[in-house]
Design a protein around this ligand. Sequence first.
Ligand code: EPZ
Length: 431
Amino acid sequence: MPTVATISKEIHKPHLEVIGGCPLAGEISISGAKNSSLVLMTASLLTDEAIQLNNIPDLTDINGMVAILLALGVEIQQAKNTYQFQAKRLLNSQPPYELVNGLRASFFCIGPLLGRLGHAKIPLPGGCRIGARPVSEHIKGLKALGAVVSVEHGVVQASVPGLSKRLKGASIIFDCPSVGATETILMASVLAKGTTTIENAAQEPEIQDLANLLNQMGACISGAGGPTITIEGVERLHGCNYTVIPDRIEAGTFLIAAAITRSTLQISSVIPEHLNAVLQKLRDCGCSIETKGKKIKIIPNQINAIDITTQPFPGFPTDLQAPFLALLTTAKGTSVVTEKIYENRMQHVAELQRMGASIRLQGNTAIVEGVPHLSAAPVVGRDLRSTAAMVLAGLTAKGISKVEGLNHLDRGYTEFEKKLNSVGSQIRRYP
Ligand code: EPZ
């Protein structure tokens, strides 16, 4: 017969306890961008010289990518948020399955490995809770550059035929502006022979960050950040010292935390123009926003209902859909939130309804009728951003909420509750 201690141990799940109703005040400094750091780290595979990356955030996904690069033979040194990577001699072109299986970003290795070695073998990243996450555009682009690509037993095998082992520049038009596919082709084409153009490229700031790094390494890329990117292939790349851009999604999450608690807050170490669509929506729903250099100050007033549709950059980012929807549950009036990027990114709706939100879900459209307040409840975050959204909901709910899903949260936010507690929230972690 198991003892009570055994049962309680089995039932205990790491969670945060969030005390609702605490106003926020002060300033939060934003960390480096997760979705830039992960891809910039893989760019180190493109040269045998050392590259130094500064402002890398402290996240479990970063640790996962470090393990993958070490397994490929990259030498890595770290001093807090500064890393040095050097791929002098690569051991192989197939990272261990158990390392890549849990980290979608591991697929970013395929482009640089093909460009550097002429072959790569990477398991399909597979889907996740928010959607199928296909890589058909990535594969289409690699084939256009001359790679032979096959997908068998869940593994993508790519190789460059011929003695030169060198890809050839090509003109590529994406069916959709995929961030990962654009980054994959950027890294595969920088060492190709000839010119590559990418049309219908993703325009996210992370694309520009990658192009800026590659150009500092000696690449010749123009147009990044726009819909058409041109890459003139070069013979080799060299080392450099580069600083990763701030995390616009972390920044947006904390701005929404201020709005949901009706608190004036300042965030620093950000690039405001990376958040234009989010800042506009915060203004539209009633907040005053002041930007000065790398700081943004938000002064919420009454929060009014608005409509949001997620789009590729420069539109409203899908990664802030869940946090913003949490804000709209206590707005005055009825809002319509439509998720256009992923097929299954509304899992936070059921959890918000448990907290008293009045939401009607029709496919990927949520009709949100504002209520005076939410009520604390035990809730579960189902993916990275919905877990953050549940914490934000807990900040405003009456009572103490219990939020599970820390394994998701810690993938994408550095010291999330610590940063919020530094400006007045009362959140306790039960690991
Ligand atoms: C990146 O994912 C980010 N992840 C995601 O952030 C982000 O939500 C997404 O870009 C969109 O901005 C990283 O950078 C590590 P996509 P990625 O390829 O590259 C469809 C977070 O919370 N598509 O632009 O996988 C796809 O199904 C994460 O930080 C195809 O149809 O995004 C999806 O619906 C979540 N065919 C849409 O495009 C393809 O071949 C966006 O995918 C490729 C993609």
